[in-house]
Design a protein. Sequence first.
Length: 186
Amino acid sequence: MGAAGAPWLERSEREREERPSLAVRLLRLQPGQTVADIGAGSGYYTELLSKAVGSAGKVYATDIQPEMIRLLDERIRRRRLSNVQAILCTEADPRLPPESLDLALLVDVYHEFAQPQQMLRAIHRALKPGGRLVLIEYRKEDPAVPIREEHKMSIAEARAEVEPEGFAFDRVLNDLPWQHILIFRK
Ligand SMILES: C[S@@+](CC[C@H](N)C(=O)[O-])C[C@H]1O[C@@H](n2cnc3c(N)ncnc32)[C@H](O)[C@@H]1O
């Protein structure tokens, strides 16, 4: 998604349609934890993560598009998100410190990766031992989800891509209206 899609990410119906607040609650983050919002876009989820880990925690919000980083920096300033750091990254390198993350979150991002295997390996390096990789993707298995087919991902597709890169499948949470939450562990 180009930066021109940012208004869609910020639409007022998003909370009712996709329930991002519930998604973050389900992740059961603890105050003081370090998380990465990879492919953060305009930072809709970043702000929820920032509140969940609190002032003792840290959120790295990455994106490959300078315009998304500009929107992220604007949000950080406007909403005083002092625990968030925006990072302009590349298609193969999230530019995250090694073994620093309790959780790496990718919301509607994985299927956009141009170099998915390189990204998975780099995320693996950035996670602490036992840290979680979480993909939130539109359910391909469900034709009623009103999103174009190429933006959806099935559980089988996600597992086939992620597990060979050193991640153990943990579980899927199916509490959201349109998306599944796929949890893997380093
Ligand atoms: C559909 S948007 C989702 C934004 C955000 N996660 C949300 O749900 O509000 C996908 C974002 O992923 C970013 N992206 C694509 N490939 C990426 C990569 N390799 N690393 C970081 N960001 C990436 C895009 O620039 C875009 O901002």
